[in-house]
Write a protein that binds this ligand. Structure first.
Ligand SMILES: [Zn+2]
Length: 336
């Protein structure tokens, strides 16, 4: 551990993690969970299960989406974040296929999770349990991107420069149709987008507007949108997020984003990010086993799309019905 990381770990007592519970102070020399999970190149070859919460957990039985599929291309491949719970990976494949009918030519797939989830070395508070995925708001080009383009190509913001509003020269009906398609899947609980995108949908969607309840305004998310699915059946160690209100959300809660408050710089000294201080005892106990579990024989054996399509075995015992505890997410806080 670096000295800086050590100091962060020691200063954590007052930190309330996004998962809703305090992160425990780390012992001197204790390895950071992000280093342990960040070092894993392959998933845990055990029953697919999500453990913990979106911002504090891990997962087993992970699968990858192939770098290339008929209707998708993975971006930033060197990060090795093409992994997720099989249900998430299958959903991306399905969205890529079905969105073609909406005029969206294919998905540029951003970060999903590390092979065994857990906190990441860089970026993302969530994406830890294999149930979150980022999809670019840039349509897939009609050619295969080179390895270097996948690392370096910039995504396109859909906002007018320096504004909170969508640029109508960039935004198309296909953008809206893609979000509607994704929100229409039963397993999708939330889609995070920039407030400007939410407003655009509020102002333009006609007919059925029920799906707008799943479209949630959040900071960032004008280059990509974030798809979150609910705890899969059998993942009894997965903590659900409270469902969003059933209204379309085109109300005061959205208007708040167009005030100064959400964008005001945070006061006081910067707090360390939860992912930068978490140690193993902050995560569900099962995450130790996830970390130690054997890897599959090869990456291809657990990759969807491309040449090999295989699923890890799912034990019947994985489907024991235990009620899940619901915990609320903290209110959004202004970010620096
Ligand atoms: Zn995301």
């Amino acid at each position: 551990m670096t000295l800086k990381a050590f100091l962060y770990a020691g200063a954590v007592a007052a930190l309330v993690a996004l998962g809703g519970a305090a992160t425990m102070p780390a012992q001197a020399g204790e390895p950071l969970a992000k280093s342990l999970f960040g070092a894993k190149r392959l998933p845990a070859a055990t029953t697919p299960r999500a453990w913990g919460f979106y911002s504090k957990g891990c997962f087993s039985g992970g699968m990858a989406i192939a770098v290339d599929g008929p209707n998708w291309q993975a971006m930033r491949v060197s990060r090795n974040r093409r992994w997720g719970h099989p249900q998430m990976i299958r959903l991306i494949e399905r969205l890529s296929r079905e969105a073609v009918a909406d005029g969206w030519p294919g998905l540029l797939v951003g970060d999903i999770s590390q092979p065994r989830g857990g906190p990441m070395l860089t970026g993302h508070a969530s994406h830890q349990i294999g149930l979150d995925a980022d999809i670019w708001l840039t349509p897939m080009p009609d050619r295969r991107l080179t390895a270097s383009e996948r690392e370096n190509l910039s995504a396109t913001s859909v906002l007018q420069q320096g504004s909170l509003y969508v640029d109508d020269r960039i935004w198309t009906p296909a953008h809206a149709a893609l979000l509607k398609r994704a929100a229409g899947y039963a397993e999708v609980e939330r889609i995070l987008v920039h407030p400007g995108i939410k407003k655009k949908l509020c102002d333009t969607v006609t007919g059925n507007r029920a799906w707008l309840s799943k479209i949630r305004p959040f900071w960032g998310h004008h280059y990509h949108f974030h798809v979150r699915i609910g705890c899969p059946d059998g993942s009894t160690g997965c903590r659900s997020q409270k469902p969003p209100p059933s209204s379309d959300g085109c109300d005061k809660s959205l208007a708040w984003w167009f005030t100064d408050e959400p964008w005001r710089p945070a006061k006081g000294p910067a707090k360390p990010k939860a992912r930068d201080v978490m140690v193993m005892k902050d995560l569900p106990a099962a995450c130790r086993q996830v970390l130690e579990a054997p890897a599959p024989v090869s990456e291809a054996a657990v990759t969807i799309g491309g040449d090999a399509v295989a699923a890890p075995p799912i034990a019947a015992s994985a489907f024991a019905a235990t009620p899940r505890r619901e915990i609320p997410l903290p209110e959004p806080r202004p970010r620096r």
